[in-house]
Design a protein. Structure first.
Length: 437
């Protein structure tokens, strides 16, 4: 475990440059590949399957040595910001760090908009995600969690991603949108294809070859679904979006794509967070007994999990003016990647930040975003992980990683979310005497 105290960082400047781009009288910092990285640690890249899944050693080095890191890509330079104070300030300065990195915006995904469109679209679905509205799904989430865990218990283990996290997150977000269970499989396929298509449009990522056609099929399905939900007067999120469409508050394109965004964002991020919960129990097995005896501690676990191994690694921004961060001048029009997962381990904010500790004060963590783009679905994600943590603690005496099947990480186009794609675990159930009945 590596940690190092860090010097305070200067505030983000919002001074508009009158001298043109950085480099006109301002020296640009060296590229990532030009820096003196530690032996055995490859330079951090914009796209790198070797570090994408578990980048925390790179993040620590960046915070301590290059808190604003410039990396080269075939399209443009990309600037990575990794310290807590800098990331948080940037998230709170949307007029300087704009989310509208693509113009025109290709899809109605909330993460791609600034005000006023972001405000208008977010308000359409916001009420459906408040904790009170989400609470009514708790019994269903618990029922499905038990259903998906049962075969793993009987088999003595399985893939925490394929066997548990994906079906639980899929069933939950589908219920929120009022999509029938028999459509889960094709919805998952369409969702993955849409994410690929989005990556291709937003950052020229390599597609699947079928993603555009699959996305069009997904949108057609969602239009038919919203027609049904409107007729049935559904009180689901999907029904609410359908009414906004029919009442003229959303265009058909916006309604279809907003439904797709809710589905894609609602299952992909939570899938990884759920898998990471399994991983933490394998690393700190004593937490199973602690939470079994003190179920309320599951709330502490969830917040520390979001801080320590949150799903969202990168938040994309573009600078609207020249700006100084940590003593480095970033030019106007620069592509920036804020690194909330790196910021969350900054020991200047969280003492011994590289350690998972459910007793720490996690206030202010960026695991669910911050500012105007804070995660709309955070209450739902918290519920799913909380239910899972309590269930695992209730049912398991031990949870270990399968030594014969190493963790496989998300690779390729997915540069926003990162974590296990496959996480094989071995499970041992509690005996009758271990339960807290």
């Amino acid at each position: 475990m590596m940690s190092c105290p860090m010097t305070a960082t200067p505030p983000v400047s919002t001074h508009v440059s009158t001298g043109g781009s950085a480099g006109e009288g301002t020296a640009l910092p060296p590229y990532s590949h030009e820096l003196d990285w530690p032996e055995g640690m490859a330079p951090f890249k914009v796209v790198d399957d070797g570090t994408q899944g578990d980048p925390y050693r790179h993040y620590q080095w960046m915070r301590e040595n290059a808190p604003v890191l410039r990396a080269h890509s075939p399209v443009s330079d990309v600037w990575f910001i990794s310290r807590y104070d800098d990331v948080r300030r940037a998230m709170r300065a949307p007029k300087v760090f704009s989310s509208q990195v693509v113009d025109p915006v290709p899809l109605t995904f909330l993460t791609l908009f600034d005000a006023p469109n972001h405000t208008r679209l977010r308000q359409v679905v916001a009420q459906a995600f408040i904790p009170k509205a989400i609470a009514r799904f708790e019994d269903r989430v618990r029922e499905n969690a038990e259903k998906y865990l049962a075969p793993m218990l009987a088999a003595g283990g399985g893939d925490a991603v394929d066997d548990y996290a994906i079906p639980l997150s899929m069933s939950t977000i589908s219920a929120l949108l009022d999509v029938p269970a028999e459509d889960f499989e094709k919805m998952k396929f369409w969702s993955d294809e849409t994410f690929s298509y989005f990556g291709r449009l937003a950052r020229n990522a390599q597609g699947t070859g079928t993603d555009e056609q699959s996305t069009l099929e997904f949108f057609a399905y969602l239009k038919d679904t919203m027609e049904r939900l409107y007729r049935e007067e559904s009180d689901s999120v999907g029904g609410h979006i359908a009414r906004m469409w029919k009442e003229g508050l959303l265009s058909e394109k916006e309604a279809k794509e907003l439904c797709a965004f809710v589905f894609v964002a609602g299952h992909d991020t939570t899938t990884i967070l759920l898998a990471n919960a399994f991983r933490i129990f394998s690393e700190q097995p004593d937490l199973l007994e602690r939470i079994r005896l003190n179920p309320d501690d599951a709330d502490l676990f969830v917040e520390e999990l979001a801080r320590y191994r949150g799903t969202v690694q990168r938040a994309s921004r573009i600078t609207t003016e020249q700006v100084e961060v940590a003593g480095v001048t970033i030019p106007a029009g620069a592509i920036v990647r804020l690194l909330p997962a790196a910021a969350n381990r900054d020991s200047s904010k969280y003492s011994d930040g590289e350690r998972f500790d459910i007793d720490r004060n996690t206030d202010g963590h960026l695991g669910f975003g911050h500012g105007v783009h804070s995660c709309l679905g955070a209450p739902l994600a918290r519920l799913e992980v909380q239910v899972t943590v309590k269930l695992l603690a209730e049912k398991l005496a031990s949870l270990t990683l399968d030594p014969d099947k190493p963790i496989e990480y998300v690779r390729g186009n997915n540069l926003t979310n990162s974590g296990p794609e496959h996480l094989h675990v071995l499970l041992q159930q509690v005996s009758a005497g271990q339960t807290n009945a």
